[in-house]
Write a protein that binds this ligand. Structure first.
Ligand code: FES
Length: 103
């Protein structure tokens, strides 16, 4: 059976290191945070405030808002719309998004 895990088709970008929940993630220059996490096997980015079920990236183009994470202490950041940069501190978003805060 074929491995269904996401994988990179192009490994040519310069490495960019950041942290997710204390784990070092090695991304590639030009990746979004969501892409880098998916390529590292990470799908759980927050919990549903309604059901508590795990949520993660879905559309990968900024429309579903399922990929909200906390980046450098700022909640409500869309992982799929945020480019990686060296040393980011990304965490699972805990609690509900707040209307009026940047996403
Ligand atoms: S995955 Fe849909 S907005 Fe990021």
């Amino acid at each position: 059976m074929t491995d269904p895990s996401p994988r990179r088709l192009d490994e040519s970008g310069a490495p960019v290191r950041f942290e997710f929940e204390g784990r070092e993630i090695v991304a590639r220059e030009g990746d979004s945070v969501a892409l880098a996490l998916a390529a590292s096997g990470i799908r759980h980015l927050r919990d549903s405030v309604v059901s508590g079920d795990p949520r993660g990236m879905y559309c990968m183009m900024g429309t579903c808002f399922d990929c909200l994470v906390e980046i450098d202490g700022q909640p409500n950041r869309q992982a799929c719309m945020t480019p990686v940069s060296e040393g980011l501190n990304v965490r699972i978003q805990r609690g509900a998004p707040v209307v009026g805060e940047s996403a």
